[in-house]
Design a binder for this molecule. Structure first.
Ligand code: FES
Length: 93
């Protein structure tokens, strides 16, 4: 059943994969991120970070607040590229 539950929909990582890697000894969000690409999809972990941290919390027997949530990298919110390079009409040469 766990192999059919997607924890990270962006990178198509299942609950079974997350639990297997935790059992192998990878017990930080950053390690799982590097190995499984969790949190590296278009949503930058907004869809999976809490779920993975909950699994790590259960496996390690600690509260989620004691775990490192990993590194957040910009853009934390999707931005249209056109907005970043928008110029005023009189600035064009
Ligand atoms: S659901 Fe994991 S990066 Fe989007």
């Amino acid at each position: 059943m766990d192999e059919k539950i997607f924890v990270c929909r962006c990178e198509e990582v299942t609950l079974e994969e997350v639990r297997r890697y935790i059992q192998m000894g990878f017990t930080t969000f950053s390690e799982l991120k590097r190995l499984l690409r969790i949190g590296m999809g278009p949503c930058q972990g907004r869809g999976c970070r809490e779920i993975v941290l909950r699994e790590l919390s259960k496996a390690k027997g600690v509260s989620i607040s004691q775990l490192s949530p990993g590194t957040f990298r910009p853009p934390s919110k999707p931005v249209l590229t056109g907005l970043l390079c928008k110029t005023e009409p009189n600035q064009r040469s």
